[in-house]
Design a binder for this molecule. Structure first.
Ligand SMILES: [Zn+2]
Length: 274
């Protein structure tokens, strides 16, 4: 998505003309990208066949995963029953290979007796990501959670100690241990545990409409589940707990279970964390 789209979404507010959704949805989006748009209040919508929330103000949100080929098919049904179908093309990206060496071997190939624990922890996080409510914590854009050097990018194919693993599901920013980590946007804490096997100190912030941030490898947690956060509030401190080779903040971003690229978020895109 582009900043122009973000700025332009409110243009259609309250307009009940029929081709509104087609006009406010972008023609295309990037893999890993997020789209927010406004459709007439009282509409309903599906994205690739799945019903999605429409806010009281007509807010519609969806994302495209790393491997999404598109088009993303968005069907908006207006209050008068008229239906409008948009096909948003998805622009492919090239994903680099990232070799990460010096990772604790027990986190690359966890011992079998640990597998159940990892599965249980991932299931708990998955539950937190199902949350879908009408807070629009994302609507004013995002800020960098820390200032530092980008040490890992979303989507790169990762090879840990020579073993190929899943693509990197977020971005890494290298910072000294203990650096305060800030909430990038308003939200509610939906998960906060200090010691997950792979991700160490882990905090999830729900921004509404299925959008959530996750922060991993934290050395300290300053928040608890249910806590309401404002953009810039400190949630904890950077560290290297779990599968990490040095102190950094991993920032992951989701639309429900779909992982998106924080670098494409409004307020972040085109800027750097320095
Ligand atoms: Zn990471």
């Amino acid at each position: 998505m582009t900043c122009a789209l973000w700025a332009g979404v409110s243009l259609a507010l309250g307009v009940a003309a029929l081709p509104v959704a087609a006009a406010t949805l972008p023609q295309s989006m990037s893999q890993g990208g997020l789209v927010t748009a406004i459709v007439p209040a009282g509409s309903s919508a599906t994205v690739n066949g799945k019903p999605v929330r429409i806010g009281d103000d007509g807010m519609l949100v969806f994302g495209a995963g790393r491997d999404e080929k598109g088009p993303v098919v968005v069907v908006v049904t207006y209050p008068d029953g008229h239906r409008d179908t948009s096909r948003v093309a998805v622009t492919p990206r090239a994903w680099p290979v990232e070799r990460v060496n010096g990772v604790p071997p027990k986190t690359v190939n966890p011992p079998p007796d640990i597998a159940a624990r990892i599965q249980r922890e991932q299931a708990e996080v998955a539950v937190a990501r199902k949350r879908d409510d009408n807070r629009e914590g994302f609507v004013h854009g995002f800020i960098w959670p820390v200032v530092g050097r980008i040490s890992g990018r979303f989507g790169s194919q990762r090879i840990f100690n020579g073993t190929p693993k899943s693509p990197h599901p977020g971005m890494d920013i290298a910072v000294p241990e203990g650096t305060p980590v800030k909430a990038p946007a308003d939200g509610v804490v939906t998960f906060a545990k200090p010691d997950l096997y792979l991700t160490g100190g882990t905090v999830l912030i729900d921004h509404g409409f299925g959008l959530s941030s996750n922060f991993l490898h934290l050395s300290r947690l300053d928040v608890k589940v249910g806590q309401v956060l404002h953009q810039g509030d400190v949630i904890g401190a950077a560290g290297m707990t779990g599968r990490a080779t040095g102190p950094h903040v991993h920032w992951g971003f989701n639309w429900f279970e779909v992982r998106l690229d924080p670098m494409l978020l409004p307020g972040i895109e085109g800027t750097s964390p320095h």
